[in-house]
Write a protein that binds this ligand. Sequence first.
Ligand code: NDP
Ligand code: 8X3
Length: 253
Amino acid sequence: AGDLADEVVFVTGAGSGFGAAIARKYAGRGARVVAAGRRASPLEALAGACGGAVLPLQLDLRDRAAVFEAFESLPEAFRAVSILVNNAGLGVDRGKAQDSALDDVETMIATNISGLLYCVHAALPGMLGRGRGHIVNIGSIAGRANGPGSTVYGATKAFVLQYSKNLKSDLIGTGVRCSYIAPGAAETEFWSVRWKDDEERARAAYTGYKPLQPEDVAEAVFFATSMPAHVDVTELELMPHQQGFGARIFARD
Ligand code: NDP
Ligand code: 8X3
């Protein structure tokens, strides 16, 4: 299980959901993992469970200077980031476009788009210098299917999809790869974040069907980065068996 001893994996949003599962997956395979997020305690719990393999890093991705400072001040053993997993994100439209709050809109753009771009710009020079690296961007089925009430969230993920394709093109021949992974509905804190004051409503997002689990997404990320160096996994879409090609179309029990 120690075959990834040369890899340093930087995972954003690692305190919960997909990010925590991704961090555990790589740490379990012998990689060193930087686990970034705003809340310190889940990151510290993750690091405690994974031993010295995981470095907890409290960071708000929306703060451009803080992102660059964080990358520049990584301890020596974690500095040569070889895999960046841009996973942190949130969908807080909380209603139709015409009803949504601009503060929520700006939070999504700042996190899902700007924060991701800051991380790419902070990590990429080192990867290019070493001639080796992988950027994995977590999108969503919502980036392609149109879903009511996910107006700006879906649009941020459409940005991530097109950006990933364009980045892959620009990275041709550099040894640095880029993958876009789009899950459908998955059981994480995602809906609790959207409906922050209404746990019942958040739980309802997962009733009547078996949603994806964080470990399913971690497997997909791991698959993408485990392919031989001449293979780019450009796009992967994962759906619950009971979900169709719309953000909120389900065959529930
Ligand atoms: P979670 O809410 O469990 O995880 C999101 C993580 O992002 C949290 O750990 C959160 O930690 C972190 N985060 C949010 N804002 C910031 C910020 N400004 N700076 C740093 N970290 C931040 O949900 P998921 O695991 O589901 O979400 C992971 C990704 O998957 C997101 O990009 C989401 O859009 C996407 N996705 C989710 C799907 C689902 O159905 N669950 C389906 C498809 C895609 P903290 O609050 O401590 O900062
Ligand atoms: C969220 C995906 O299908 O739950 O990113 O709307 S879905």
